[in-house]
Design a protein around this ligand. Structure first.
Ligand code: F6P
Length: 357
C-alpha cells in the first residue's frame, strides 16, 4: 500500500511556505513513491465535515510554486482544536474529530509547517491521538527553538532592510526622525538584523526595555555630531524601562510606531514620521535563502517520515539541514540574546538598544 502523508500549514503565513510544500510533494513522490494529502486551512481542514483535503499532484508543482508567497493550502492562526471556540460561545475539545479525520484519510503521518504556537498544539493532538508528527519551522519572527532559521525570516528581513534604504534619503532630505515599525510581538530578530543592515540609529526590541530619554539622548548625540536625521526601528512588542508592554491609546495612535514618533516629537525638537511595514513582511516573494532552507527542510521532513522518525522537527543549524526532537522545541520560543554578538555589535556602533541587558 502506498504510504500517505498529510501536509498542512498552520499559523501566520510567510514567504517560502509554497517552496516547502513543493519540496515535500516532489520528494515524497519522486524519491519514495509516497502520496501527499494537502489539508486545507491548517487544522480547520481536519475539523470540517466533509474533510477539506485532497491529493497533491506532483505535476502541478512546476517552478512557479517555488516563487509564490503565501500558502496554496491556506492557513489559520486561531481555533485550537483542543480548546475550540464554538459559534455559541462554548469552548470545546475537538481532539477526537481531528484524530478521526487523520484515520479516515488513511494517513501514516502528518507534516506540519508551523511556528511555536502551532507546533505546541499539533504535538498535543498527536500525543493524544497517537499520530505520527513531523514539523518544519516557519515564522518571520524567527523565534522557533532548535533551529537557527525559520522559513520566512530572511525574506522579511530583506523587506525591512529595503524599507530603511528608502527611508534614509528622505529622512536626510527633510532632517527628520523616521520610525520604522516592524513585526515581532515577542521577539526582536527582525528589528535587530534589519536595523543593523539598514544603518538604524535606534533599535527597540521586546527583549530590551527602552526609555524615551535614552532615545532622545541618542538623537541629541547625532545632532551634536552634525547629523540632521535619525533612523529608528521598533518591533511592535517593545517594552518601556518600567517593564510593561506599551499600551497605545486606541484611536489616537495607529500602533507602537505612532506612539513612539509622538513621544520623540515631545522630547526633541525634531519632526518624526512613521512607516508601519505590517503584512508586507509576510507577503513578499521568497528570497533565495528561504527557498533553499524550505526545500532542504521539506526534503528532510520526508526523509524522517520514510525512516519512521516521528516527533521531530527539520531544522537549519550552522548552515546545514538537520533535525531535532520536538521535545526540545515546543514551548521554548527564542528571542534575541541581550548579551549576544549581534547586540554587542549594534552597541559598539553606538546604536541605542535600550537600558537593560
Ligand atoms: O507571524 C508572527 C507575526 O508576524 C507577529 O509578528 C505578528 O504580531 C503577528 O504575526 C500578526 O499576525 P495576525 O494578524 O495574522 O494574527
Amino acid at each position: 500500500m502506498t504510504k500517505r502523508i498529510g501536509l498542512l500549514t498552520s499559523g501566520g503565513d510567510c514567504a517560502g511556505l509554497n517552496a516547502a510544500i513543493r519540496a515535500v510533494v516532489l520528494a515524497a513522490n519522486d524519491t519514495y513513491g509516497f502520496e501527499v494529502i494537502g489539508i486545507r486551512n491548517g487544522t480547520e481542514g481536519l475539523l470540517a465535515r466533509p474533510i477539506k483535503a485532497e491529493t497533491l499532484d506532483p505535476t502541478l508543482f512546476d517552478g512557479a510554486m517555488l516563487r509564490q508567497a503565501g500558502t496554496l493550502l491556506g492557513t489559520v492562526n486561531r481555533g485550537d482544536p483542543t480548546a475550540y471556540p464554538m459559534a455559541n460561545g462554548e469552548i470545546r475539545d475537538r481532539t477526537d474529530e481531528f484524530v478521526e479525520s487523520y484515520k479516515t484519510l488513511g494517513l501514516d503521518g502528518l507534516i506540519v509547517i508551523g511556528g511555536d504556537g502551532s507546533l505546541t498544539i499539533l504535538r498535543r493532538l498527536a500525543q493524544a491521538g497517537g499520530l505520527n508528527l513531523i514539523a518544519i519551522p516557519k515564522t518571520i519572527d524567527n523565534d522557533v527553538a532548535g533551529t537557527d532559521r525559520s522559513i520566512g525570516f530572511h525574506t522579511a528581513l530583506t523587506v525591512a532592510t529595503e524599507a530603511l534604504d528608502r527611508l534614509q534619503p528622505t529622512a536626510a532630505s527633510h532632517g527628520r526622525v523616521m520610525v520604522l515599525e516592524v513585526m515581532g510581538r515577542n521577539a526582536g530578530h527582525i528589528a535587530l538584523e534589519a536595523g543593523i543592515a539598514g544603518g538604524a540609529d535606534v533599535i527597540l526590541v521586546p527583549e530590551l526595555n527602552y526609555s524615551i530619554d535614552g532615545v532622545a539622548a541618542k538623537i541629541e548625540r547625532l545632532r551634536v555630531s552634525g547629523r540632521n536625521f535619525a533612523l529608528v526601528v521598533a518591533a511592535e512588542g517593545l517594552r518601556t524601562t518600567a517593564g510593561g508592554a506599551v499600551e497605545t491609546e486606541a484611536g489616537r495612535f495607529g500602533g507602537i510606531g505612532h506612539y513612539l514618533a509622538h513621544q520623540i516629537e515631545q522630547v526633541t525638537d525634531m519632526d518624526a514620521r512613521v512607516t508601519v511595514l505590517g503584512y508586507t513582511q509576510r507577503g513578499a516573494e521568497p528570497g533565495h535563502h528561504d527557498r533553499v532552507i524550505a526545500t532542504a527542510m521539506g526534503v528532510r521532513a520526508v526523509d524522517l517520515f520514510a525512516a519512521g522518525q516521528f516527533d521531530r522537527m527539520a531544522a537549519w543549524i550552522r548552515g546545514a539541514v538537520d533535525d531535532v526532537p520536538l521535545d526540545e522545541v515546543v514551548g521554548r520560543s527564542v528571542g534575541i540574546d541581550p548579551d549576544g554578538a549581534l547586540v554587542r555589535s549594534a552597541r559598539a556602533l553606538g546604536i541605542y538598544m535600550g537600558e537593560a541587558g
